[in-house]
Design a protein around this ligand. Structure first.
Ligand SMILES: *Cc1c(COP(=O)(O)O)cnc(C)c1O
Length: 493
């Protein structure tokens, strides 16, 4: 690809005087932009690219062709649930009827508030909890909100000694980060060899200073935490609350519910399990649910139906933890999740979860001949390999030993997105694969075939893998330099 648009910034394509769009004359008599008071007018010209329409179209089309997305290919990124985003969701979110200013009085936004309330009711049913707020903007934001619910609960009981949160060593990095931002100290609990929380390691950690415990289920290894009832009992006995990181709720859908397992607070990622698009930092939505008795702690504003008038109202509860967002969260994402829930319907929601488990186990069983499987047994929606088997990777003392990074880069040459690599931290060569339920068997088979081919290539020609990718617009980057010396600004300006 060597056209003049390729790899250029739109500013580099700019030529003074080129115009792609012109504003019509102002139709309101007596008004002109130059009538603005002197103090409000800009003192220098704006720095904007000057391009004709065709140049702009080619620029953005070329850029979009360099992207990899769920709409272009298989995206087995573990812990991210890159399932297909049905286009009907987009149509619903684009409906003009929902194009309402967020500050519109509740009486004029009854339809939107009803969507909000129905989504919160459906999530409550799916989770087995009493009430959800849809205000938080992301999974991590939901964690922070949920942890603030926990601290609000303890503070309102006058129990201010509970300053610590227990987090398993397998947890997603956002868990300890959110707990720290919420003002807690973090206490780590270990995992056993089978990848689940070690109850014996947990017991001595419990005491009057524990505010709660965060758990992810299935955990970040894709394994169902079977000892939850016992753990929940122990944490509750010591006066703490149980927090469920439900970012990866997908395999649980309609099969089991965090509320029934003894969890008090949880978050859900609408931008994973409920099919709304994500990646590149947003937009997202991290609804937070609570069990009965904790509803008043949820953030304001709360959407409440007035049973007398039948109208939805925006309520600011005095006992609430406060506010975590402007207005009612990422509303367009909430509409997308609503469309998804309604299209699947109550009868099909359990199927989504079960198929995601089937797909993950299918890939795992087909590839365990070539890749190291550190934890055996049935996985849920995802699983972790610990790199290639030695017979393919070579001796790990050798410089040309093939690593997980090399496999991930080579996958790009075959048109697949790489899985999550080097996470979770429990294994040196971790490779975390999550196919989701929306992939066909044909796609899974093609992926399995390529993963086997890469293993054979590793055996035959290590340099081929060490220097991959070969067919992408940009070859292998220096990952460390990209992180340590990122260049965010265009210098020529
Ligand atoms: C994705 C994820 C999060 C964080 O969600 P964001 O929306 O990216 O903030 C938290 N926990 C787990 C287990 C996750 O997979």
């Amino acid at each position: 690809m060597n056209n003049v648009y390729y790899g250029k910034l739109v500013f580099e394509l700019s030529k003074p005087g080129r115009v792609g769009y012109s504003l019509p004359q102002c139709e309101v008599e007596g008004y002109a932009l130059t009538d603005l008071p002197e103090g409000l007018r800009r003192q220098s010209a704006t720095i904007l690219p000057e391009c004709d329409e065709l140049t702009v179209v080619r620029h953005y089309t070329n850029m979009s062709n360099n992207n990899f997305g769920v709409d272009t290919g298989f995206y087995p990124l573990g812990s991210c649930t890159m399932k297909y985003n049905p286009k009907i969701n987009e149509e619903m979110a684009a409906l003009q009827d929902f194009n309402i200013h967020p500050a519109v009085p509740a009486e004029y936004a009854q339809g939107a508030l009803r969507v909000y309330d129905e989504v919160q009711a459906m999530l409550s049913e799916i989770a087995g909890l009493s009430r959800f707020t849809l205000n938080p903007y992301a999974g991590a934001h939901g964690e922070l909100t949920g942890l603030m619910v926990i601290s609000t609960y303890h503070r309102q009981r006058g129990d201010v000694a509970r300053t610590k949160i227990i987090v398993p060593d397998s947890a997603h990095g956002t868990n300890p980060a959110s707990a720290a931002v919420a003002g807690f100290q973090i206490v780590q609990v270990k995992s056993t060899a089978d990848g689940t929380v070690d109850v014996e390691d947990l017991k001595p950690l419990l005491g009057p200073d524990i505010a709660g415990m965060m758990m992810t289920n299935p955990n970040t290894l894709g394994i169902f935490e079977t000892k939850i009832p016992e753990i929940a009992r122990l944490v509750h006995e010591c006066g703490g609350l149980m927090y469920y990181d439900g970012a990866n709720l997908n395999p649980m859908l309609g099969v089991c519910r965090p509320g029934d397992m003894g969890f008090d607070v949880m978050h859900i990622n609408l931008h994973k399990t409920f099919s709304t698009p994500h990646g590149g930092g947003g937009p997202g939505s991290g609804p937070v649910g609570v069990r009965e008795g904790l509803e008043h702690c949820l953030p304001n504003p709360q959407v409440v139906k007035n049973e007398e008038t039948g109208l939805y109202e925006l309520v600011a509860d005095e006992q609430s933890l406060g506010s975590v967002s402007g207005y009612l969260g990422n509303f367009a994402i909430i509409i997308r999740a609503f469309a998804y829930l309604l299209s699947l319907g109550k009868e099909n929601i359990p199927l989504a979860g079960k198929l995601s488990v089937l797909n993950a186990n299918y890939i795992k069983e087909c590839l365990r001949s070539h890749y190291k499987l550190p934890i055996d047994g049935l996985c849920k929606h995802e699983f972790v390999f610990d790199g290639l088997k030695d017979e393919y990777a070579g001796d790990h003392h050798d410089a040309d030993h093939v690593t997980t990074l090399d496999v991930a880069k080579r996958l790009l040459d075959y048109g697949f997105h790489a899985p999550t690599i080097y996470f979770p931290l429990l294994f040196h060569e971790a490779m975390m694969i999550e196919p989701t339920e929306t992939e066909s068997k044909d796609t899974l088979d093609a992926f399995i075939e390529v993963m086997k081919t890469i293993a054979e290539e590793a055996k035959a020609d290590k340099q081929l893998l060490k220097t991959a990718p070969h067919s992408t617009p940009i070859r292998r980057l220096d990952d460390v330099k990209a992180v340590k010396e990122p260049k965010f600004t265009f210098k020529a300006l």
